[in-house]
Design a protein around this ligand. Structure first.
Ligand SMILES: C[S@@+](CC[C@H](N)C(=O)[O-])C[C@H]1O[C@@H](n2cnc3c(N)ncnc32)[C@H](O)[C@@H]1O
Length: 299
């Protein structure tokens, strides 16, 4: 391929990136997109480029626009503010990521009757309640008072079986060494840049051979950037998300004296309700992983 054509393709790629960026910030109008892709189809046809690939890209961007109807504003907030605003609706909002993780976590918390479980970044306590139902003695820990409030409301109905503790997991954890059999940490560490000290603390509070179940957004989807976390009243709230590669997690696990027992890279299960399935059509979440779950064992 000639240098001129290569440059034209590079330009197209840059335009796609720019549009995706604009769309994420809700500034671009549908009409601009339609015009742009019409131009691109012609260009691709004239130059024997992969039309299917361009069409898929166009469909993906149009779907993003359609879902947000071009009206939604973006707002950058801190992680704490994000969860303060999201707390009441957190469990109501369908999210293919939580769906995928929750589907699997169940299997990781079998045979835990009588075990001490710590749910770090427990939020509204979904996994804390799951573990408690299976007979574990559970402690939930989170720095969002609003997320904890929702958890405590449910806990009241269960005669306060679970102990919920308020605190920041980037500080020393307020628990004795070797006091837990299992630590769960789901969808939390992607909000935190430096995770090595957290692994060390988790290792400290775990008993020997204790299990640390780490679940998160798959690293392929994470970037060090502000990320749209949820939508409320026509505003989309963006907050910090950090990229932790599998090799970084491996390195950290070695430094903090963990063995890796298993790594699961999870696609969205095919068996999701039709309404929700429709929402993620046009994404690659059924063929490439959306989530990761790693089980670490304290040496
Ligand atoms: C996406 S929610 C996950 C909640 C729950 N683990 C789940 O899987 O449904 C992330 C939670 O991490 C908490 N979190 C984020 N950073 C934290 C920190 N530094 N210390 C404690 N909790 C934190 C947030 O307040 C929020 O409740």
């Amino acid at each position: 391929m000639g240098k001129g054509k290569m440059n034209q393709i590079k330009n197209i790629k840059q335009k796609i990136d720019r549009i995706e960026n604009d769309l994420n910030k809700r500034r671009k109008l549908k009409e601009d997109l339609v015009d742009f892709f019409a131009e691109m189809y012609v260009f691709a046809q004239q130059n024997n480029l992969d039309l299917e690939k361009i069409k898929r890209e166009a469909d993906k961007l149009m779907l993003t626009w359609w879902k947000n109807q071009g009206k939604i504003k973006g707002k950058d907030v801190s992680v704490k503010t994000a969860y303060k605003k999201w707390a009441k609706k957190y469990e109501e909002n369908f999210n293919p990521l939580t769906f995928t993780i929750n589907n699997k976590i169940n299997g990781f918390v079998s045979n835990i009757k009588g075990k001490n479980v710590l749910d770090l970044g427990c939020g509204t306590g979904k996994h804390s309640f799951l573990a408690a139902k299976k007979g574990a003695k559970v402690t939930g820990f989170d720095f969002s008072k609003d997320m904890l409030k929702q958890a405590k409301l449910k806990n009241k109905r269960l005669k306060n079986k679970i102990k919920f503790v308020h605190g920041n997991l980037t500080k020393k954890l307020p628990f004795k060494s070797s006091s837990f059999d299992i630590v769960l940490c789901s969808l939390v560490l992607d909000h935190i840049k430096n995770i090595q000290p957290i692994f060390k603390e988790i290792n400290r509070v775990l008993k020997k051979n204790g299990r640390f179940i780490f679940a998160d957004l798959h690293p392929r989807l994470a970037q060090n950037t502000k990320y749209p976390l949820f939508k409320k009243d026509k505003t989309e709230f963006y907050t910090e998300k950090y990229y932790h590669s599998i090799s970084e997690l491996f390195r950290i696990s070695q430094k903090s004296i963990f063995l890796i027992k298993s790594i699961l890279e999870l696609k969205v299960p095919k068996k999701i309700p039709a309404k929700e399935k429709k929402l993620i059509q046009g994404t690659d979440f059924f063929i490439k992983p959306i989530a990761i779950i790693i089980e670490f064992i304290k040496k």
